[in-house]
Design a protein around this ligand. Structure first.
Ligand code: SF4
Ligand code: SF4
Length: 79
């Protein structure tokens, strides 16, 4: 089954602040870079909007976004 929820970055509006990369503790973004790259979409928690909420330029959308809440039950504080 293919992954149905993961972030997509709008590179036109992203200012490469790194907030999303720093925020995610699920290994979705590549580290040690300033331009966010989704290298592990499978790691993204369905419904999590942790990085989106921090983005100062509203450059993060999600594949599969129909307004659902996070299904994450861990203590990562992404939400
Ligand atoms: S939505 Fe949550 S789990 Fe997915 S990349 Fe952003 S912070 Fe990580
Ligand atoms: S938080 Fe937003 S502006 Fe900052 S690097 Fe991520 S996508 Fe770009």
């Amino acid at each position: 089954m293919s992954k149905k929820w993961y972030p997509v970055i709008n590179s036109e509006t992203c200012i490469e602040c790194g907030a999303c990369i720093e925020k995610c503790s699920h290994g979705v973004y590549g580290k040690n870079v300033t331009q966010p790259a989704v290298i592990n979409p499978d790691g993204c928690i369905d419904g999590c909007r942790g990085c989106q909420k921090l983005c100062p330029t509203e450059s993060i959308d999600y594949v599969g976004d129909v307004g659902q809440e996070s299904s994450c039950n861990c203590n990562c504080t992404c939400i």
